[in-house]
Design a protein around this ligand. Structure first.
Ligand code: SF4
Length: 208
């Protein structure tokens, strides 16, 4: 296993009730993402090495103090599965007695598959139909990865939400119907729609 002390953490939320539905949790924002979504509002987390670095030891120290007070820790991003240290970081946090939540875009299906036995809940973004994915992420081939991850997640039986962010310039009603139909074809998916926060979109053309 890789050394969790090498985790690159770009942000931390000590308490939230919305990032893991119905559960009090802390959120670790992992640095780095392979995609460039036009509506990304956490663009400072996209570079593999960001300006804001929180040492892993400091995160663990905080979590030690919150044992028995928080139920879960959510690994978010950026794209948490980008970091090879994620599995060992998850094991460390799990051994402290916390449930594990994971936010992912599904960019690395093989890594997600290996993590599914270790996590309690996954929020996976489904950003578009497979053929239109690159129009959102800016990366060719991202649709194949994300939809492969969705299939793995649904088949795993792990508690989850498949989340589609709606920005009217990116997702039409027809496109949304296509996404919903294809998710239904994959199996019993829990599909949620979320409104796009437009204030800080990476692409200025999508801002209010
Ligand atoms: S997947 Fe897209 S929205 Fe999420 S951090 Fe990466 S670029 Fe931003």
């Amino acid at each position: 296993m890789t050394d969790p002390n090498e985790m690159r953490v770009g942000g931390f939320t000590p308490l939230t009730s919305i990032d893991y539905p119905g559960v009090l949790s802390a959120v670790i924002f992992c640095q780095g993402c392979p995609w460039r979504c036009r509506y990304c509002h956490n663009s400072e987390l996209i570079p593999r090495h960001g300006d804001n670095h929180i040492p892993w030891e400091r995160v663990l120290k905080f979590l030690h103090q919150r044992r028995g007070l928080l139920d879960a820790v959510v690994f978010s991003g950026g794209e948490p599965t980008l970091q090879k240290q994620l599995p060992s970081a998850i094991q460390t946090v799990k051994s402290m007695g916390f449930k594990i939540g994971l936010h992912t875009g599904g960019a690395y299906p093989e890594r997600l598959m290996r993590l599914l036995a270790s996590v309690d809940w996954v929020g996976l973004d489904i950003k578009a139909s497979k053929e239109n994915y690159a129009k959102v992420t800016g990366v060719e081939g991202s649709g194949e990865k994300a939809w492969q991850s969705a299939k793995l997640l649904i088949d795993s039986g792990v508690s989850h939400a498949l989340r589609t962010t709606i920005h009217p310039q990116l997702i039409s009603t027809t496109e949304l119907q296509k996404i919903t139909q294809r998710l239904n074809d994959l199996g019993p998916a829990r599909h949620q729609l979320q409104t796009c926060v437009t204030d800080h979109c990476l692409d200025p053309a999508l801002r209010n």
